[in-house]
Design a protein around this ligand. Structure first.
Ligand SMILES: Nc1ncnc2c1ncn2[C@@H]1O[C@H](COP(=O)(O)OP(=O)(O)OP(=O)(O)O)[C@@H](O)[C@H]1O
Length: 353
């Protein structure tokens, strides 16, 4: 049994006090992510039940911890989206609410995925480093509040400083200026990200972080189509969205939802990237199609969006990301890195980065 399945089996033993079902069947557990010996997941709850659910969260964390091979567990509570209460305040003029540019930032590119775990953060980190290697001034905002991974992928640690209490100084590595929403919360602390909180935090990240002059700011979004995606597109001028998907049908169905959302928000779609496209054996170089191959190309064609590239499933990509130096930095001449670098060069050639 995989660690993921073992974690799920343990979580299934816990009852959701609201529905009476187990917490997995009740849909409380979301975004379960196993990386090495680290397990992360989110409990999606009604914000009114936050207090009642805290023991459930603690029990879930403990249940995951019991699984062999698991060293650390992080379980956060998040509020499931509710209809916003009617806004009785007079509406500000549309010119004040329209998407804004961020001072000093030429372009904002959102990297999204319909489904979690398809490698969106890996793609964001590699694209950011590849663009920086081409001489672009690059920022990377990790807006994935459910599983912030950019500090680890870019090998930066420590909390960002705020010398004046108003502005936030970002961190920097591999030529990329980086800020993560995950660095603003205390590690291991349960955070209930309510819609308005998310919006506030995102606005703070965009507006108060001293990004400096950037050619492009890449925003690594959480998976799915939620509050962060909406806020980003509604409040800021997003110049393009990249949707990352694996070739599996389930991932593609969700990727399509992501594309629909950006179409509705009138955010231009730069294209799709197929990740974990083919598997290249790190011993013999043999190529096989673990999740099928070419599914994203077919989907992109059907949706009328460009296929920006296909990234192989390769152990070196994961090892490099886990080690804090993405493959385009640690093995820039490898074919795996070249797959990312080609996408970056094409983006620059098309004036998108
Ligand atoms: N092309 C690849 N080859 C090998 N491993 C990969 C590849 N892409 C991603 N991975 C690995 O898969 C795992 C998930 O990737 P990543 O965290 O980038 O996904 P994500 O879509 O951002 O996930 P989340 O849902 O947490 O936001 C990581 O351990 C990463 O190193």
């Amino acid at each position: 049994m995989s660690v993921r399945d073992a974690v799920l089996a343990n979580l299934k033993k816990i009852t959701d006090p609201v529905s009476g079902q187990d917490i997995v069947s009740a849909g409380v557990i979301r975004a379960l992510n196993v990386e090495g010996d680290t397990v992360r997941f989110v409990l999606e709850i009604d914000p009114k039940q936050a207090e009642r659910m805290e023991p459930v969260r603690a029990a879930a964390e403990q249940a995951a911890q019991m699984v062999d091979g698991v060293a650390s567990v992080s379980a956060m509570m998040t509020a499931h989206s509710e209809k916003a209460p009617p806004d009785l305040k007079p509406k500000p003029k549309p010119s004040q609410t329209g998407p804004q540019a961020v001072a000093g930032v030429d372009r904002i590119i959102a990297v999204a995925s319909g489904k979690g775990g398809v490698g969106k953060s890996t793609v964001s980190a590699n694209l950011a480093c590849a663009l920086a290697a081409e001489g672009r001034r690059v920022g990377l905002l990790d807006a994935d509040v459910y599983g912030p991974s950019q500090p680890r992928m870019l090998g930066v640690s420590g909390r960002p400083a705020s010398p004046d209490g108003k502005t936030i100084l970002p961190l920097r590595n591999h030529g990329v200026t980086m800020m993560s929403m995950g660095l603003m919360t205390n590690e291991g602390q349960a955070v209930v990200w309510r819609g308005p909180m998310l919006m506030g935090a995102l606005q703070q990240m965009m507006g108060q972080v001293q990004w400096g002059a950037l050619d492009v700011l890449i925003v690594d979004l959480p998976p799915g189509t939620g509050d962060v995606q909406l806020t980003l597109s509604q409040k800021f001028q997003v110049d393009g969205a990249i949707v990352v998907s694996t070739p599996q049908d389930v991932a593609l169905i969700d990727a399509r939802k992501g594309i629909d959302m950006f179409n509705q928000l009138k955010t231009p779609i730069l294209g799709m990237i197929e990740n974990m496209s083919t598997h290249i054996c790190s011993n013999c170089g043999h190529e096989e199609h673990v999740f099928g191959h070419g599914g994203v190309a077919t989907e992109a064609k059907e949706l009328g969006v460009p296929l920006m590239g296909e990234i192989p499933l390769h152990l070196d990509i994961r090892v490099a990301a886990d080690g804090g130096a993405p493959i385009v930095v640690s093995k820039p001449e490898s074919p795996q890195a070249e797959a990312f670098r080609k996408i970056a060069r094409d983006m620059i050639a098309k004036g998108n980065a």
